[in-house]
Design a binder for this molecule. Structure first.
Ligand SMILES: NC(=O)c1ccc[n+]([C@@H]2O[C@H](COP(=O)([O-])OP(=O)(O)OC[C@H]3O[C@@H](n4cnc5c(N)ncnc54)[C@H](OP(=O)(O)O)[C@@H]3O)[C@@H](O)[C@H]2O)c1
Length: 397
């Protein structure tokens, strides 16, 4: 059976990996004389008009959307006469999600992914959830809407996909163990971390990813966001989710059961593996991704996270234990702080410091208390961004 696919964030790292898997499985099926598993119905992006024009030429989707108006105008001009409809503005990304596709890959980076992903969930689509920020900032609401609509949410982030693959009866689970590579500064001294540049921060030792998540991996905020994501997806209290640094990124996470068993999912550090899993679920596709050779890897090592050098993880834990909208504020502040670091306005250690100060200020002013509606999410997100910008301005170099 051929299923139609929308990719939100098609020009990014997850978007590219998704299209690579689709290309491979479609080619294999066609070679066997079988119907292709997927047609690409719609693609969305923000500013990268060049990449979108190339993707549209290759995949011939029915609809493409560009959130940025200037980029949208460029894409519309380039695709004039092609028969491909081009939507412009953030609403056009929502329109892509609203099209009646079978499957939606949610791979926009940041809280900007919330609106279109929610549109897909509300119409009961199968949502392949790579974007973690939308769960962090609106988790309980997002999941309630998805449940109400009968949407299928498939965890695509590698750690959550690993847990999803080895999770048996939730009643027998003692704890979840999220693995973390430790990022590029795992062995760096506090002084080296203080002097870290954007180039060093985005150079992840194992994974090739977008810039924002790469910086999050370097601060360990990524693991903090994933902890919140895991708590929501698997309905697990914060104290029963452990983080384990595992520099080889071979074990992607584990589930510990009450009889002492731990089940893990292993594989090479390649996002095409969890993406192929959710695209094929509940079946599996044959793919050509590199096979894991444990004898060649030789050793797997583990260590506890160092909270002194990487305070972001503790901030995420505190936000998860805190008032309902604290994770929304944490996420908003982190997006502002990472953007400011990448723009060289603040240093690397200031990312966590800005987030910490924003959380304190939001709590003092009672801005993190309510999360009963999407308006509350928007208000907490806006408050977090405004406070974090004030903090950036105070600290700007
Ligand atoms: N990369 C990974 O290996 C990985 C692994 C697990 C989870 N994730 C999660 O998956 C998500 C995507 O990560 P990524 O690494 O693929 O990011 P990325 O490479 O930066 O790509 C982000 C995508 O989102 C689009 N986008 C950015 N801002 C937007 C906006 N305001 N409105 C609409 N579209 C916007 C970008 O369009 P332009 O190209 O036009 O800017 C691009 O298509 C993140 O939430 C990340 O945490 C990523």
């Amino acid at each position: 059976m051929t299923r139609s696919l929308a990719i939100l964030g098609a020009t990014g790292s997850i978007g590219a990996s998704t299209l690579a898997v689709v290309e491979e499985v479609n080619t294999r099926a066609a070679a066997r004389g079988e119907p292709v598993p997927f047609t690409v119905d719609s693609l969305t992006a923000n500013t990268d008009a060049t990449a979108m024009i190339a993707l549209a030429g290759q995949w011939r989707p029915a609809f493409v959307a560009m959130a940025d108006p200037l980029a949208g105008a460029q894409v519309r001009e380039a695709l004039a006469g092609s028969g491909i409809e081009v939507g412009i503005g953030p609403g056009a990304c929502d329109a892509a999600a609203a099209r009646p596709t079978d499957v939606v890959m949610a791979a926009v980076v940041g809280a900007a992914g919330l609106a279109p992903t929610l549109v897909a969930a509300r119409r009961g689509a199968t949502v392949l959830l790579a974007n973690k920020e939308c769960l962090v900032c609106a988790g309980p609401l997002f999941l309630a809407e998805a449940r109400k609509a009968g949407a299928t949410i498939l965890p695509t982030d590698s750690e959550h996909n690993a847990i999803f693959q080895v999770l048996g009866d939730p009643a027998q689970v003692e704890k979840l163990i999220l693995t973390a590579s430790g990022g590029p500064f795992r062995t760096a001294s506090a002084d080296q971390i203080a002097a870290a540049t954007p180039e060093q921060a985005v150079a992840h030792p194992n994974w090739s990813m977008g810039r924002k998540i790469s910086v999050d991996s370097a601060t360990l905020m990524n693991k903090g966001l994933e902890l919140i994501e895991a708590a929501l997806l698997f309905d697990m209290p914060e104290e029963r989710i452990e983080v384990l640094v595992h520099p080889q990124s071979v074990i992607h996470s584990l589930v510990a059961y009450r009889d002492g068993t731990q089940l893990a999912q292993l594989g090479c550090a390649d996002m095409r593996i969890p993406i192929a899993h959710v695209l094929a679920w509940p079946s599996r596709f044959e793919t050509s991704v590199q096979r894991l050779d444990l004898a060649a890897v030789g050793q797997l090592t583990f260590e506890a996270p160092d909270h002194a050098r990487f305070p972001a993880l503790g901030l995420a834990r505190a936000a998860l234990r805190g008032p309902p909208a604290a994770p929304t504020v944490l996420n908003a502040a982190n997006e502002v702080a990472v953007e400011s670091f990448l723009a060289r306005n603040v240093g690397f250690p200031e990312i966590a410091a800005i987030v910490a100060e924003t959380l304190t200020q939001a709590s003092r002013r009672g801005l993190d208390g309510a999360l009963a509606s999407l308006d509350d999410v928007m208000a907490a997100d806006a408050a977090g961004r405004a406070l974090a910008r004030e903090e950036v301005a105070r600290r700007a170099r």
